[in-house]
Design a protein around this ligand. Structure first.
Ligand code: GTP
Ligand code: MG
Length: 195
């Protein structure tokens, strides 16, 4: 994918009105710290345009990145971040749900799962939500570089079994360090934008 322009066009907090974009949107969901913003940086071909942190809870707004004036990456706050007050968590949950529910231009929700961990109940809920709302699920198993090559197949099986998915669902192993998996994700996005 050739990236000509990248712009953080809209930032939405819990009280913001969502933008009425007319170009396709691709959203990235997953637990706090799983690597959503890092993946988006890799897909933007930028080092740190989207803010990342080793501390969970970094992204607290819904951020719309306009790519080449032809589509958007949507960076979502993570779920399952223990340090946030219960009421705030509920508000973020509502904000994410509202976005996922009310966005006619949303083409695909990528669900990120740390390749080293068994999917949590929240991950399963998010997966079911994606499917039940009629989106094609694509799973991205992040932090691939943290595993030895010999551990990967087994770890991917744990992710598949944990989410209860069959062979028809795509799981893409990805590393923000090595960028492995990036081409495959770009291909999916390009196909969707051009379809
Ligand atoms: P929230 O915004 O808090 O929901 O987190 P996030 O999902 O956006 O995660 P973020 O991209 O900020 O990454 C969290 C931490 O994991 C950072 O320290 C990243 O450098 C690290 N990280 C992300 N992806 C990878 C990866 O593929 N490999 C390795 N080794 N570290 C990664
Ligand atoms: Mg983030």
């Amino acid at each position: 994918m050739i990236i000509k322009t990248v712009e953080l066009e809209t930032v939405c907090g819990i009280t913001s009105k969502l933008p009425e974009n007319t170009k396709p949107e691709f959203a990235f969901a997953g637990k706090s710290n799983v690597g959503k913003s890092s993946l988006i940086n890799a897909l933007m071909n930028r080092k740190s345009f989207a803010r990342t942190s080793s501390q969970p809870g970094k992204t607290q707004t819904i951020n719309f990145y306009n790519m080449n004036d032809s589509f958007y990456y949507v960076d979502l706050p993570g779920y399952g971040y223990a340090k946030v007050a219960v009421e705030v968590k509920a508000k973020w949950g509502k904000m994410i749900e509202n976005y996922l529910h009310k966005s006619p231009m949303l083409k695909c929700v990528f669900l990120l799962i740390d390749i080293r961990h068994e999917p949590s109940d929240n991950d399963k809920t998010m997966y079911d939500w994606i499917v039940n709302n009629g989106y094609q699920p694509v799973i991205i198993a992040t932090k691939l570089d943290k595993l030895k090559r010999s551990q990967v197949a087994k770890a991917l099986k744990v992710v598949r079994t944990g989410l209860g998915i069959g062979p028809e669902v795509t799981v893409i192993p990805f590393s923000a360090e090595t960028k492995q998996g990036r081409e495959e994700i770009w291909d999916l996005i390009e196909d969707s934008v051009n379809s």
